[in-house]
Design a protein around this ligand. Structure first.
Ligand code: PEP
Ligand code: MG
Length: 319
């Protein structure tokens, strides 16, 4: 369902209309599925890259079958959430290498740990915070806990040294100073390992980052917009609050304006911009994002066929 409505006592006419809707939806999905291997190229020839949001190597085959051209967001928190202890550098290296191998040369964007906020890890024993969403999460935690940051960056560069086309992305960046400090650590480790350079990008999830996009683009190789958090922080709505869920609208004009600014700032410096938040997987949202100039959309694999179909049916100036 897409409306989120529950009919307790549907009439015959309601049931008929629901059945007709289901049949039409199935036909639409079947049509989209047939074309899912084709690129998301608009009728006037503009192509948007399509990635998948997956965490495990064994999800890669399904994502590729759904039409993914790579992975635009591999969240690494799961490595910490699934077990009762911090994974070693070697464990992490094996997980990243397995994903890269499963993708067979396709691009892979791996996000550094985003712990805190809605993603709490008991065994890290982090101090309790009154407002964890506004606290030490994402990049802020990595910068304060080298014992978390360093093994992860080492594991990523070791996978990069094997030749995998890996890009590294940092979550919850709010200032250029954070990004520069993280870049410095990456460069030091890269030199130690004699590994090749990997593109270093950031998530745009906080209004300050979107507003400063043109400045941040001087130091980041790419951006990926996390519309889940960007919506939460722009509208001051906790993303987990069920009462406010209907108002947590990623299509709110304020959010779209920040996305527009992000794209402008990135393109000013020749950087690409993706979106890996939930809005990218909604066909209507994806069309708007393409119209705003976003270069890549990354989503749950199941959402890919419908998004590709929507973009392939469109002409860019109309979006
Ligand atoms: C986002 O915030 O939109 C995002 C993709 O990151 P996460 O949902 O993991 O916070
Ligand atoms: Mg986020």
């Amino acid at each position: 369902g897409s409306g989120g409505r529950l009919f307790l006592a549907p009439s015959d006419a309601d049931l008929d209309s629901a059945r007709a809707w289901i049949a039409a939806e199935e036909a639409r999905r079947a049509q989209a599925a047939e074309a899912r291997a084709l690129p998301a190229r608009t009728r006037d020839g503009h192509t948007v890259s399509i990635g998948a949001n997956i965490n495990l190597a064994d999800q890669a085959a399904f994502a590729i079958a759904q039409g993914a051209e790579g992975v635009g967001l591999m969240r690494t928190e799961f490595l910490f959430l699934e077990r009762g202890e911090t994974p070693s550098e070697e464990d992490q290296y094996q997980a990243y290498k397995a994903m890269a191998d499963a993708l067979q040369g396709r691009p892979l964007v791996i996000r550094a740990l985003d712990i805190g906020g809605d993603k709490q890890v008991a065994h890290l024993e982090l101090p309790r915070e009154e407002n964890p969403f506004l606290g030490v999460r994402g990049a802020r935690l990595l910068l304060r806990r080298p014992e978390l940051l360093v093994p992860q960056i080492r594991a990523l560069y070791r996978a990069g040294r094997d030749g995998a086309p890996i890009s590294v992305m940092f979550p919850m960046i709010t200032s250029a100073a954070e990004l520069l400090a993280l870049r410095e650590t990456c460069e030091r480790i890269r030199e130690e390992l004699q590994a090749p350079k990997l593109p270093l990008g950031i998530m745009i999830e906080v209004p300050s980052a979107a507003l400063l996009a043109a400045d941040l683009a001087q130091h980041a190789d790419f951006f990926s917009i996390g519309t889940n958090d960007l919506t939460q922080y722009t509208l001051a709505i906790d993303r987990q609050n069920p009462v406010l869920a209907p108002e947590a609208d990623s299509l709110h004009p304020a959010v779209l304006r920040l996305i527009g600014l992000t794209v402008q700032g990135a393109h000013m410096h020749g950087r690409w911009v993706g979106v890996c938040g939930g809005l990218a997987g909604d066909p209507h949202g994806a069309a708007l994002l393409a119209g705003l100039g976003v270069d890549e959309l990354s989503m749950t694999p199941r959402d890919i066929p419908a998004v590709k179909e929507r973009l392939r049916a469109a002409e860019l100036p109309a979006l």
